[in-house]
Design a protein. Sequence first.
Length: 438
Amino acid sequence: MKYKTSDVFGVKSSLIESYIERPSVDELFSAALEDKNQVIVYGSSKQGKTSLILKHLKPEQYVKVECSPQTNSIDIYRSILRQLNITYFESGTQNASFEVSSKANGGLKIKVPFVGEASLGGEIADKKTQSNTKKEIYIEYNLELAQDVSELLNKLNIDKFIILENFHYLSLEVQEQLAYDLRVFQDLGVIFVVLGIWREANRLIQFNGDLLDRVTEVPVEPWLDDDFAKVIEKGSKLLNVDFSQVSETLIKSSFDSVGVVQELCKQCCIIAGISKTPDTTFVITDDHLQQALNAKAADYGGRHVRNFESFVHITSKTSNQSGKPSLAFPYYFIYILLKTDFDNIEKGLSRSTLLEGIRKVHHRPDDVRSGDLGAFLHNITQHQINKKIQPPFVDYDRGSKILKIIDSSLYFFLRHCDRDAILDDIPNPIEDYTEDNN
């Protein structure tokens, strides 16, 4: 059987053929689905979260909602009802066959028609105005209450998982609200699978301690070198290509990212002219790999440089202190990121390390306070979302006070780029301020 290279290797929205199961991840995820706990799948970008879902759940088993910065909890619940083809009417609307009035109060009300049912919620009065067809009873639900949404799904015998993709894009307020709602949903048997880009455990439990023992967390990291070797071996057999000459170097160049491994393998094949399974085995050489490394460094570089430039851009050059330039934490953060030893970046940067490093190079070191830096770090994900940086490349763990890279391709880029040259090209807001005032 012949396979397309793009179906065997690479990063895509459908399940890739070289997917491998890891007992520490796949078995934990399968067990979590059976336990009927809420499931949290987390890790850096392009590390296999979506693939895990595609491997273990069929499309008819779930409803998926893509979260965005503008999404509220009600938007999620509305999307769920639409995808399940549940007919409902906003409170206050009239149907051609019935005038409906209700004494239930509060929240965003919807009315769901049932045939021959007695009312289950609110005090409902139905008056037949026209049509002699079968009678419909309208039952009112409040979309702002997880209890009501759960009751509706259970009444209709809906037994599907609800997948929340890109949970990290939601505002902190919405994340906190959903953390409380998940507790109610779990009690009533409605199971959510939450996918988010972060690297610390207990993210949602920080919002709601009642979720403890009611959620199962499935971290998709770390990936081991042996896992990568299995990915390459599986894909090699399907495409009839031999990576044995470059496998070890390719794995070391990936910096623990399966997404980078997949893309390097695909790029090697493309450079070698392999678009589908050849009739005879083709050997991938060091030259193919080097060209692939250069190509991916260029691909990732363009995006990350734009991200850095967007991250440091500030609309106002002055702070609340009259006439003084702002503290410009975004610029100094990128400065530290590009100047710090690569091994320390991989371990994560503590708040104290960042504070010390910024004070050493800051234009107003005496004004750099721990509290101000803390406020910046607490909002660093929202800052990236506001700058349209997707996916975010860094995340701050408030519990451990460690800042970590969460875009797995960024390690690859930082290792292969000229960091000093990039820093020189990034607009320095302090220099701009000085020029404007000379």
